[in-house]
Design a protein around this ligand. Sequence first.
Ligand SMILES: Cc1cc2nc3c(=O)[nH]c(=O)nc-3n(C[C@H](O)[C@H](O)[C@H](O)COP(=O)(O)OP(=O)(O)OC[C@H]3O[C@@H](n4cnc5c(N)ncnc54)[C@H](O)[C@@H]3O)c2cc1C
Length: 235
Amino acid sequence: MSDETTADDVSVIVVGGGPAGLSAALFTAKNGLETTVFDTDETWMHKAHLFNYLGIGSVGGSEFMATARQQVDDFGVDRRQDEEVTAVTESGDGFLVETSVASETQRADGDRAELRSADHSSGQRPRKEAVDAAGEYDADFVVLATGANRELADDLGCTFADDDTVDVGVEMETSVEGVYATGAMVRPEEWQAAIAVGDGAAAALNILSTVKGEHYHDFDVPDDATRVFGEHVAE
Ligand SMILES: Cc1cc2nc3c(=O)[nH]c(=O)nc-3n(C[C@H](O)[C@H](O)[C@H](O)COP(=O)(O)OP(=O)(O)OC[C@H]3O[C@@H](n4cnc5c(N)ncnc54)[C@H](O)[C@@H]3O)c2cc1C
């Protein structure tokens, strides 16, 4: 990024649309950064029911995800469901992100989950016949939020801790400047939705602080509700 860069020029790619990834995307998009999320919808939340998410008494994991997806969509996130990131490489001042899309046939056959798990466990890329489109995207920042799958971080050369998690501090930035790791990939266990959401928020705020050149927080007050949601705000 040049010294002339403004928030409007900055692009963030989030890999993974579980709680960690969508949380990061919410904060970056809400604060003016061009934000794209790629997700293959294998989030563990589809298996969960939350009774331990502070402020929410009881909610199904898939229902939680539906609300989260609507929330990020409302703030302008470009959410690309079923588009898998196959590679992230450093490119100039930023990153090149390569993707592939499972074919309609694969989706209709319900074969996608099998395809994904085969890819991740073996380290193999999608079978050629299962891919009907591919893309290349540039990003100034990349947030990795691929659950416990640490393959992309490994490929990028991020430093790992002794327990095989991706090594990050409280800002969630990896040893590769501009690349963040969040959620299950940065902890050996202690996997909770609330922690993943916090990781995503921390990564996004660090990106925003970097872009703005000073420490940044995203505070709203009651009057902002009218500005943001207009007539939808409850009296
Ligand atoms: C049975 C079960 C019950 C649980 N119950 C609770 C509970 O009660 N309370 C609680 O707090 N937590 C619970 N959890 C844990 C919670 O689901 C996880 O902590 C949380 O989902 C982790 O969020 P994450 O964003 O790190 O990863 P995930 O939710 O796993 O999301 C990662 C996303 O990244 C996508 N992805 C991966 N690789 C790529 C790629 N290359 N390109 C594009 N997309 C990719 C995946 O498809 C997935 O959608 C439970 C988990 C399980 C399995």
